[in-house]
Design a protein around this ligand. Structure first.
Ligand SMILES: [Zn+2]
Length: 109
C-alpha cells in the first residue's frame, strides 16, 4: 500500500480546525476517510440528517459528523495549546515519532 500523506493525523488525535466555518474548534478524530483526504472530528462539523424510523430507533433528525478536509485541521500540541505543524524524529531504536513543529514536544503518547 502506498504511503499516504495524511498519515500525520491518526484516529484518536486531538485536532484543531484551522480554516473554514468551524475554525478554532477542537475535537478528537473518530474516523479517517483516507480516500477522500477527510476525517471525522467528534462533535465538529455536524450536519443534520433525516433518518427513517427502524425497529430500534424512532427516526427523525439526527446530527452526524461530516468530513473535514485534512488540510483544514492541525494536530494539537498540549504544550503549545494550539494546532501545530507535525515534524518527525527518530528514536535510537529507529522508531519514528511525531513531534510538535513548534516546541519539539513528542506528540505520540
Ligand atoms: Zn508544541
Amino acid at each position: 500500500m502506498a504511503k499516504h500523506k495524511s498519515s500525520k493525523i491518526r484516529k484518536g488525535d486531538t485536532v484543531e480546525v484551522i480554516s473554514g466555518k468551524n475554525r478554532g474548534r477542537r475535537g478528537k478524530v473518530i474516523k479517517l476517510l483516507k480516500k477522500k483526504d477527510r476525517v471525522l472530528v467528534e462533535r465538529v462539523n455536524l450536519v443534520k440528517r433525516h433518518q427513517k424510523p427502524t425497529k430500534t430507533t424512532q427516526g427523525g433528525i439526527v446530527e452526524k459528523e461530516s468530513g473535514i478536509h485534512i488540510s483544514n485541521i492541525a494536530l494539537v500540541c498540549s504544550k503549545c495549546d494550539r494546532g501545530v505543524k507535525v515534524a518527525y524524529k527518530f528514536h535510537a531504536g529507529g522508531e519514528k515519532v511525531r513531534i510538535c513543529g513548534r516546541c519539539g514536544e513528542e506528540l505520540d503518547v
